[in-house]
Ligand binder design. Structure first.
Ligand SMILES: [Ca+2]
Ligand SMILES: [Ca+2]
Ligand SMILES: [Ca+2]
Ligand SMILES: [Ca+2]
Length: 270
């Protein structure tokens, strides 16, 4: 109706006064109709002011309405999340056993960004608890970033929790030193206080390296603390499984936008 009135009015008022004709007044690639459906501002390209336009955030599964959620260095694989009501139901079980839902936590990574385990839902996640003094951890770290890089497009995420420094019991791990030594690009957390690590020690005592594998459905699949390399064959098997289906609104012109932004359609990495 508004459009009809506007068309009729063209002969009477200057065309620029008839903004309803422009489906994308903020020129962010998303139509006003779509922006209204996802709650972003149709007159502001970067609704939450985090430096990334609404369209880019939507297409890479970040929230255009949360300034603390945006594409970051490290290019971690991540996909759409469930609605919060589904999520609450999904994570109701807080146990620790093979097959149980993994417990969520949030910490800060080497890029100074808040890392939430929940954000990696749909990926296969390797939680690797290591220490600088630990010989087998160092051997594994030599090739771990390469193994991560080979698989991240398929939805593999490594989160390394560095619990000790150069001496056993030294609760001051030096993340920067570790990252430089092993060229780490996946998320690394200095976790001398065991904030996240405590959740991956089911029996109370532990040895390192300590590997916990979380499957695409966000369940703890296996726990290893016998040293050596992470069980890559188990990870590859889990990566073969389909990504969980989550309802997520993409605009009708998504294909076009992916192309203009140079993003692979459906990619979980930005
Ligand atoms: Ca727009
Ligand atoms: Ca907008
Ligand atoms: Ca933004
Ligand atoms: Ca954002």
């Amino acid at each position: 109706m508004r459009l009809t009135l506007c068309l009729l009015a063209i002969g009477l008022i200057p065309l620029t006064g008839c903004e309803v004709l422009d489906p994308d007044p903020d020129d962010d690639g998303l139509t006003t109709e779509f922006e209204e459906s996802i709650g972003t501002n149709p007159r502001l390209a970067d609704t939450d002011g985090d430096g990334f336009d609404d369209a880019l955030e939507v297409l890479t599964y970040f929230s255009p309405r949360n300034e603390e959620d945006y594409p970051y260095e490290g290019e971690y694989s991540r996909g759409p999340l469930m609605s919060s009501s589904d999520w609450d139901e999904y994570t109701a079980d807080d146990g620790w056993d093979q097959g149980d839902i993994s417990r969520g936590w949030k910490v800060e990574d080497q890029f100074g960004q808040e890392l939430k385990l929940k954000r990696f839902f749909g990926n296969v996640i390797l939680i690797d608890m290591s220490a600088e003094w630990c010989g087998p951890c160092r051997v594994a770290a030599e090739t771990l970033d390469e193994e991560y890089d080979d698989r991240k497009e398929d939805g593999f995420v490594v989160i390394q929790l560095l619990v000790d420094g150069l001496q056993m019991g030294d609760r001051n791990p030096d993340g920067e030193r570790w990252i430089n030594e092993f060229d780490i690009t996946f998320p690394l957390i200095e976790d001398g206080e065991f904030h996240a690590s405590q959740r991956y020690i089911p029996s109370g005592s532990f040895g390192i390296p300590n590997y916990t594998i979380i499957d695409r459905e966000y369940r703890i699949h296996t726990w290893y603390q016998s040293g050596g390399m992470p069980p890559l064959e188990v990870i590859d098997e889990l990566l073969e499984e389909d990504r969980p289906e989550v309802e997520y609104s993409l605009p009708d012109n998504a294909a076009e936008l992916y192309e203009s932004l140079g993003i692979e359609p459906g990619s979980w990495i930005y």
